[in-house]
Design a protein around this ligand. Structure first.
Ligand code: ZN
Length: 433
């Protein structure tokens, strides 16, 4: 029997831990490969035991190739007075991620070819990458950019782009069944708190918590770089993906925006129904998005050759909040209270998956006499006896082996937890099997 997932956790305390880990991970300059990812995984390993995979550059993964490994030590732009006007040490977003090494003196015109700014957000530094085209560049605030004068500039990037590895972390929690719930987050973004350090941290503490419970499903957590990481994982694990019965991509879970859920490609998978049910039951404003072949790693898990039941769980979706992919996606944007709300919803989803069983009424010809069997007092602690009775009637009536407890909750409008607890009692009284 699976543990009650909601009852055994203090969501506010765990959310503070998630925020603290987010703070620890924030300064690290991550990318799709390299030591930033390794450092990140080593901090996660203080909480959960990870299996670290190192996949060699050049490895063919479906239509893609694992890229060269990128590492960076330092970078700056100096003016002719020798002043550092842009400094990687102050903010790792200043360097275009995957920039090749450079050490040159150039004119302002030449420099401008390699600069990226956000004129409509003049105080923020944008986040840019150049993974699959060898290039170099700097990102700076538009205000900094406006101050640049005609001069000779020294551009210096102490990076390396060479054969190495793509690194990712995996944690498997065995349950009663080998059927799996997949929970995955991307580890490739540098100092961007909502996208996706808070998601990485939530994944870590969720895994730590679940590992202490007795569970029906087995759980697989992936800490992988976006796109190339999921493609690599799918290529290496193709033979086992049919074990994945439900999956969620976790991203952008710490900002103040309302919850969003992007459905799997299937659109009516149990995970889709469970998340939609939870968002409705919580009552706060939320939005359900149809599947589209753009976004996070659900794109790969839901590609037609796999078509796995994997949706995407988030607050503000990518590209819809102004701080997205800028230096303003920082430790002020994410807050423990929003993390707590996301975590509570996430746990409720897992609660449904773990307990969403189908039963058969053992007394299907007319209603059983509930009072005679002492069933009213059996569901003690519930003051609302009318509601309790309704839950019993709904569970008994719909338990024909076809309807799951989630179906009954949906149809009756009663909370999933009440339906679950009612079914447990009816089972005890031999009215269900
Ligand atoms: Zn992103």
């Amino acid at each position: 029997m699976s543990t009650d997932i909601i009852k055994n956790i203090n969501v506010n305390d765990v959310s503070k831990d998630i925020y603290e880990l987010t703070t620890e991970l924030y300064p690290i300059c991550r990318s799709i490969t390299g030591n930033g990812v390794r450092k990140t995984l080593s901090l996660i390993e203080k909480h959960i035991p990870l299996t670290i995979h190192e996949v060699e550059s050049g490895t063919k993964v479906f239509d893609w190739t694992v890229p060269k490994e990128w590492n960076i030590r330092d970078a700056y732009i100096k003016n002719s007075q020798g002043e550092k006007i842009v400094d990687f040490q102050k903010c790792n977003l200043h360097v275009v991620n995957y920039s090749i090494p450079i050490n040159q003196k150039i004119s302002l015109d030449e420099l401008k070819q390699h600069l990226f700014t956000l004129p409509d957000r003049p105080e923020w530094v944008p986040y840019r990458t150049s993974y699959y085209k060898e290039n170099w560049g700097f990102c700076l605030s538009y205000n900094q950019f406006l101050q640049l004068e005609e001069d000779e500039y020294e551009v210096y990037i102490d990076s390396s782009l060479e054969d190495g590895h793509l690194t990712y972390g995996e944690y498997y929690i065995p349950g009663e069944k080998t059927d799996e719930v997949l929970i995955t987050c991307h580890t490739c973004h540098p100092s961007l708190a909502n996208d996706n350090i808070a998601g990485i941290s939530l994944g870590t503490f969720l895994a730590k918590y679940l590992s202490q419970l007795s569970l029906t499903y087995s759980y697989r957590f992936l800490f992988i770089p976006g796109t190339i990481g999921s493609i690599t994982w799918l290529a290496l694990n193709e033979a086992n993906v049919d074990k994945i019965k439900h999956g969620l991509v976790v991203t952008c879970i710490g900002d103040s925006g309302k919850s969003h859920y992007k459905k799997s490609r299937r659109g009516n998978a149990e995970i889709d129904k469970a998340v939609i049910h939870v968002l409705k039951e919580f009552g706060s404003e939320h939005e359900i998005l149809e599947f589209s072949p753009y976004g996070y790693d659900e794109r790969q898990f839901c590609s037609p050759g796999f078509n796995l039941p994997v949706g995407c769980f988030m607050r503000s979706p990518h590209g819809t909040y102004p701080q997205y992919h800028t230096s303003a996606d920082n430790l002020d944007l994410v807050q423990p209270e929003y993390i707590a709300d996301s975590l509570a919803k996430f746990l409720s989803v897992l609660q449904i998956l773990e307990h969403n069983k189908k039963y058969i009424n053992q007394n299907p010809k007319c209603e059983p006499q509930l009072g005679k069997r002492g069933l009213y007092s059996a569901i003690g602690g519930l003051t609302d006896t009318k509601k309790t009775e309704m839950a019993m009637l709904w569970v008994l009536n719909m338990s024909d082996g076809e309807n799951s407890l989630l179906d009954i909750s949906e149809k009756s409008g009663l909370e999933f937890d009440l339906i679950k607890n009612t079914a447990a009692t009816l089972l005890e009284f031999d009215l269900l099997k």
